[in-house]
Ligand binder design. Structure first.
Ligand code: MEV
Length: 315
């Protein structure tokens, strides 16, 4: 790690949590996603006398052009942002610090991109519009996910729950009463790119059934929006369970995710499902109250969840 001086400009972002609608959102269906401020990324920019741009992160420290392949998305995002700002990719150190676990469906790559874009704009004293932020951060996501819907960048840059549908204006989601959510990490990296590709492949082999599952996931999102607005916990729990069934049918859940989903339900969760790309990554569970959320989190950790978080969802 390189110690930065006080003359440093910082940009930050938080994680995201997809409540319902992952995967079907790629096919134009609506989804609901939440900001997850319990995990975050900080990007600090400082000038340095060097003819290149230095990246200082947990995974890599060195010049931008030598960034490892898994960070090529962020490299593209930095270069494009600097091009936008009409500044050269040299004479800077960008230090990345993150508490978002990588590849677990909590929006780590989107959050890094957002934090970097914000930090570079702030460093050069330039005003950043929401449109520019989404466009530049989306570049990094394209490397990470192939054909991203854009939901990760939208949720990681929002302070409120969002209703997201590709090609439509992002809408807010009404929350009729507090909802208590638990997130648990399997500890295994999911491959969103591969999971998205597997559904695409399924849709060519078995188009009717695949489309049916996608349509049903879209309907679940519509109903979940109503359940949230009306404060209907029971209905929302049932919808999370129904979404998990559809995602399992689509082949993006796995044994480890199913196990954590079952542990959460046995510990009293009203509903539970995978969140994000699946095939590793995290689950989300709905509890009746904060005490129950805590005991569900304890049960999940006993069942070897790598880490858990719980929080209250309010508007
Ligand atoms: C990944 O967080 C969400 C997916 O729906 C992919 C996407 O929307 O780009 C699986």
């Amino acid at each position: 790690m390189i110690n930065l001086s006080k003359n440093t400009v910082v940009g930050s972002s938080h994680g995201k949590l997809i409540l319902v609608g992952e995967h079907s959102v790629v096919y134009g269906k609506p989804a609901i996603a939440l900001p997850l401020p319990l995990v975050e990324v900080k990007a600090s920019v400082q000038s340095v006398l060097n003819d290149t741009l230095i990246i200082d992160s947990m995974y890599y420290v060195g010049p931008l052009p030598d960034l490892p392949e898994k960070m090529h998305g962020i490299a593209a995002c930095i270069k494009e942002t600097l091009k936008y700002l009409e500044k050269p990719a040299e004479g800077l150190i960008i230090k990345l610090e993150s508490t978002i676990p990588l590849g677990r469906g909590l929006g780590s790559s989107a959050a890094v991109a957002i934090a970097v874009v914000r930090s570079l704009y702030a460093y050069y004293g330039r005003k950043l519009s929401k449109g520019e932020l989404l466009e530049l951060a989306h570049l990094a996501e394209t490397y990470a996910h192939g054909n991203p819907s854009g939901i990760d960048t939208a949720a990681a840059s929002s302070d409120q729950p969002i209703w997201f549908q590709k090609g439509h204006q992002i809408e807010s989601v009404q929350i009729g009463r507090p909802f208590y959510l638990v997130v648990a990490d399997t500890g295994r990296v999911g491959d969103t790119h591969a999971a998205v590709a597997s559904i695409k492949n399924k849709s060519t082999i078995n188009p009717i059934d695949t489309q049916h599952s996608i349509d049903q996931l879209g309907e679940i999102s519509e109903q979940a929006r109503v359940a949230l607005a009306h404060g209907n916990v029971k209905l929302l729990g049932n919808l999370l369970n129904a979404a998990q069934d559809k995602l399992t049918t689509l082949g993006v859940s796995d044994q480890g995710l199913n196990q954590l989903v079952n542990v959460a339900r046995d510990a009293g969760a009203i509903g539970a499902k995978l969140t994000g790309g699946g095939r590793g990554g995290c689950i989300v569970a709905l509890a009746h109250n904060m005490n129950e959320a805590k005991s569900i989190a304890i049960a999940l950790e006993k069942a070897n969840a790598r880490k858990t978080w719980y929080f209250t969802l309010t508007e």
